[in-house]
Every structure is written in C-alpha cells, then in structure tokens.
Ligand binder design. Structure first.
Ligand code: ATP
Ligand code: MG
Length: 582
C-alpha cells in the first residue's frame, strides 16, 4: 500500500476541486437516501391521514421534488468535477512518468520492451484513476452520509437510528476489508497477465511477416491464447467476487430492513397516530442507505490491481539513468568551424554493456583532431558502434576518459553536446509522419522547403517528391514504407541539414550500391569539409580520402594511421582486410 503514497501526493495538487467533488458526492448520496426516506414516510402518512384531512402535504411533496432535482444536479456536477480533476491529475502523472523515462534512454530503456513501456504509460496510469474515483471519495462520502443519516434519524427514534448507523458503519469496515483481502490474492496477477497479453499481442502483430514466412505462427498464437485464458480466468474471478459482494450486501440489506421493521413496530414515536408512517420512514431509510455501500465491495476488490499498477509505474519512475547530464559547460564558443579547440581525446577507454561479461571496448586511446576525417573499420561486433555511443554519452565508460576541447565530456551540458555532435545511427528511425517533419528534426530552426528539396535531390531521394503531396508525403507506419537504402539516405539528408561541427556516422553507406555509395561519400566529405568526421564503415570506397584510419578488432584499437601507412604495413590487419574486401 505504501507504493500508493507518491500517487496520493499528486492528488494534493487538485485538492480544492477534489474536495468540491467530494461535497457533491455526499450531497448526491444524501439527497438520494433522503428522497426514498421522505417518499416512504409521505405515502404512508397521507394514507393514514386519508382524503379530506388537514394533513400538510405541501412541504413533504416540495421536499421530494427538491431532493429529486438535488440528486440529479449533484450527481451531474459530481461526475464532471471528479472526473475532470482526476484526468488532470493523471495527465500530470503521465507527464511526470514521461519526463522520468526520457533520461533513461537508451541505456536503461533497452531493458523494457516498447509495448511494455506503452502499457505502463497508458493502461497502468489509467488504472490509478480508481484511487480517487472508486476508493477514496466513495469511502469518505460513505462515512459522512452514515453520520448525517444517523443524526437525522435520531430526531425520530434514537435507538433505531443508532442501530441503522452502527450496522452500516460495521458493514463499511468489514465489506471493503474482506474484498480488499480477496482482491489481493489475484489483483497483481490480473494486472501482470493483462500487461503480458498486450505485450505479446503487439509483438505478435509486429512479427507477422517473419512468423508467416517461417510458418512459426502457431506456437506464438498458442502462447497468446494461454495468456488470454489466464487473464480471462482472473477477470472471471474478479467478476464472481464482485457479484458475491453485491449478493452479500443485498442479503444484509434485506436482513437489516426486516430487523428495522421488527424493532420499529414496537418502538415509540412522538406522534403515535402516525406510527406506521415512521415505521415506513425507517424501513425506507434502511433500504436506501445501502446505496452508500453497494459500490464499495467491488471497488476494494480492485485495490490489488491499483497497487500492482502503481508498482509497475513506480518501478519505471525509480529507475536511475546510467548517464547523468549535470555538466554546465557549453561548447558553443568553440564551435567556430575548424577551431582546434574542438579536439577529441579518448584516453584508456574501457566499457562493458550492463549485464554483459565481456568488454565492448578495451583500453582504447585515440586522438581525433578538430577538422580531421577518421574512418573506423573492423569486423562485425568489434565495438565500432559502441565507440560512437560513448562519444554521444548514450553510455559512460567504466574506465578512462573522453575529452572534448580538453574538458571531460561529462563537464558539458546535454544541450551543448547535442548541438556540437551530429550522430547518424546504424539504424535510422523513420517517424510515422510527413517527409517534411522527418527532415525538420535535423535542425532547431525551421528549414525552408527549397533547402529540403535540394538536399533530397542531392541524396537521391527526389523520387519521393514525385507525388503530388511533395514534402507532405506520409512516411513510416501506414504510409510509404521506405527501402533500406532510402532510409539510410533519409538519415543522411538529416545529417546534411544539420550544422554540428562534429559528425559521427555509423555505416552511412550500408546497403547502397557502389555508384550511389561513391556519390554519397562525395557528399559527406564535401559537407564535412570544415568539420570533424568519424565514420564507421565496412567498405573501402574513397577510404584514401580520410586523414586517418582506425582498425578496431575484438574491442581493441589495433592499428591506426593514414591509408598509405597502413596499406604499406606488412601483415598489417588493414592490409589483409583490404585484400579480403577488394
Ligand atoms: P557491426 O559492424 O556489426 O555494427 P560493431 O563493431 O558496431 O558491429 P558494436 O555494436 O559496437 O559492434 O557491439 C560490440 C559488442 O557489444 C557486440 O558483442 C555486441 O553484441 C555488444 N552490444 C552492442 N550493443 C549492445 C547493447 N545495447 N547491450 C549489450 N550488448 C551490446
Ligand atoms: Mg555497428
């Protein structure tokens, strides 16, 4: 239960509106009970008085109308106020969760599946709306209304009023506790199986092409069906218990109405002539009072799920980022093109991915002078991409240092680092959005259409502009799917639209034919003329145009030098590599 405290604190932010909602809830409930009670008494009293009597039926009938209208109005506004306040709190919670998970990217978020993250952010946060709407507000209203009812009824008969009030209070303590306990036995598992089902389902849909091709659909479908059946079984248990709570309360209701009638029959009232009317008043009050308790059994059954959802959201929010951007230095002053102050020095770098045994980089030392063009080569899995990941601080090394302009990389603010470095990752992400917006992310300032069109033409993507939508062409999911090579070139277009003085490109020409590759490399080298370029590649096209080649093998930097130096080196790794690739 303690896990709920931080979420309860969030509700404090809307305390005035939530309090108003509570008052309206109490008013609605009180009006509803009052309506049935007064009506019962009124009908019985008029029957006793008979036709033509002097019985004043004006006030009671006006109260019946007043209570009926009051109930409707209070309920209407109560729903608006409480739901509005709850959704505002949930919106804040969602923003809080989102701003907590952004700094976790990518190192910590890699541990979660995307569909699981989405489930936590949407379904689990949604479940927390029950906290106020179904639990806190109805429980507090129930206590208040029981007190008001007892006080009101005691004006007519103290003992009967105390009997009804005490019974209701006892039930208010017993029923929610009992169903809370019963709910804890499966609530967590229900939440987990719901999350598992959604995660598996999203993955099942995403992997359709592979599953069909390899005819591997059946085991996954069976697993999905098993998870669904488990989820349904828990849901059925919940529904059965909710039904049991209603049945129990209805039974208690009938019993208490019967006992009230029994006691009322022998009780003394101020107006003995109208005794039957007072008997009806108490019987109807006892009958109506169960409206207070009815929703609480099922609601408390739900606490197990609320706690489980709160745990899942807290678990995500409590993750500490592996990389902290608390530096304040800026690189802006030094970003003048060709400024030697932007030298990068890599000293004795050692890095191992979390939950991995073997090092991805081992005692790597390298100097990258400002404005130089460096090509990084090596076998697959040797650690090339990892080096770039460390240069943008997606991870921090366990040992060693990276210095930018003579200062440790940790001294710089995140914004400053992002502005100084343009990183083209090995897998280019295409947003499900327009071509224009997919390109616009490359720069902070608005890029004009002419510039985008020019760059698209340069990278050979002008075919995307042939349709009438032009730059408004929809890409990604549900839009125009891009080929692997087109995705690479879209990534490259972003690089060309970005003005950072340091370019880190991870295999920008992978998957392109020789001719296109040559053309793209020409573009890259021209764009990086006054910039620092570190390019990871498996290809040797235009390699001699780079100032320095670095060969990484098995997480170590094993050779570095100019093309001429390395190709001349007898039994050198690069020489062998070149011979193999050529
Ligand atoms: P390629 O040429 O295939 O792109 P690479 O040289 O870029 O290979 P890296 O991606 O740097 O290789 O990977 C180096 C090692 O680190 C590999 O053994 C890889 O399995 C591992 N690795 C890479 N990314 C992660 C990660 N996010 N978590 C754990 N291990 C990783
Ligand atoms: Mg790589």
């Amino acid at each position: 239960m303690r896990v709920l405290f931080p979420f309860l604190r969030l509700f404090k932010q809307a305390k005035f509106v939530l309090f108003l909602g509570l008052v309206l809830m109490i008013t609605g409930l009180a009006a509803s009970i009052g309506l049935l009670t007064v009506s019962g008494w009124f009908l019985a009293a008029t029957a006793i008085a008979g036709v033509g009597s002097l019985f004043n039926f004006f006030y009671p009938s006006a109260s019946v109308r007043g209570l009926a209208i009051g109930r409707t109005v209070a309920r209407y506004f109560e729903k608006i106020v409480t739901h509005d306040a709850t959704f505002r709190v949930l919106a804040k919670l969602r923003v809080a969760v989102f701003s907590k998970i952004i700094p976790l990217s990518p190192a910590v978020l890699n541990r979660y599946r995307n569909s699981d993250l989405l489930n936590r952010l949407v379904a689990d946060v949604d479940t927390l709306d029950s906290l106020y709407l179904r639990l806190i507000a109805p429980f507090i209203s129930a206590i208040c209304v029981i007190l008001f009812l007892t006080i009101g009824l005691s004006l007519f008969n103290r003992y009967l009023a105390l009997f009804i009030g005490a019974t209701l209070l006892c039930l208010l303590l017993i029923v929610p506790s009992l169903f809370y306990y019963l709910g804890t036995t499966f609530g967590e598992r229900l939440t987990q199986s719901r999350a598992a089902y959604r995660t598996q389902f999203v993955e099942f849909i995403q992997a359709q092409a592979e599953l069909l091709l390899f005819d591997a659909e059946r085991p996954l479908k069976q697993q999905l069906t098993r998870t669904e059946q488990q989820w349904q079984a828990y849901q059925q248990r919940e529904t059965n218990l909710a039904g049991l709570s209603t049945a129990l309360l209805l039974f208690a209701n009938g019993l208490i109405v019967a006992i009230t009638l029994w006691f009322a029959a022998t009780a003394d009232f101020a107006q003995p002539d109208y005794k039957a009317a007072f008997v009806a008043l108490f019987a109807f009050a006892a009958l109506a009072a169960f409206e207070i308790l009815m929703p609480l059994g099922a609601a408390f059954l739900h606490i197990g799920q609320v706690v489980a959802s709160a745990q899942r959201v807290s678990e995500l929010m409590n993750q500490a980022p592996l990389v902290h951007f608390d530096g304040t230095k800026t690189l802006e002053k030094n970003t003048a093109l060709g400024n030697t102050a932007l030298d990068i020095e890599i000293r004795d770098l050692e890095f191992c991915y979390p939950e991995r045994q073997e090092a991805a980089l081992n005692r790597l030392t390298l100097d990258i002078k400002a404005g130089k063009k460096i090509a990084v080569l090596g076998k697959t899995g040797s650690g090339k991409s990892t080096l770039l990941q460390l240069l943008v601080r997606n991870y921090d090394p366990q040992q060693g240092q990276i210095l930018f302009a003579g200062e440790p990389i940790q001294a710089y603010s995140e914004q400053s680092l992002r502005q100084a470095v343009c990183f083209l990752t090995q897998r280019v992400h295409v947003f499900s959005d327009t071509l224009r917006n997919n390109l616009q992310i490359a720069a902070a300032q608005e890029i004009c259409d002419e510039r985008m069109i020019e760059i698209l033409r340069q990278v050979g993507l002008s075919n995307l502009l042939e349709q009438e939508q032009g730059l408004d062409l929809w890409l990604g999911d549900g839009g125009r799917p891009l080929s692997g090579g087109e995705q690479r070139r879209l990534g490259l277009a972003r690089v060309l639209l970005n003005n950072a003085p340091i370019l880190l490109l991870d295999e920008p020409t992978e998957g392109l034919d020789r001719e296109t590759e040559r053309q793209i490399l020409r573009l890259i080298l021209a764009h990086s003329e006054n910039k620092t370029l570190v390019m990871v590649t498996h290809r040797l096209t235009a390699i001699e145009q780079f100032d320095q080649l670095c060969i990484i093998d098995n997480s170590r930097l094993i050779e570095q030098g100019t093309y001429a130096e390395l190709i001349a080196k007898e039994n050198g790794f690069f020489k062998q590599l070149a011979a193999r690739i050529e």
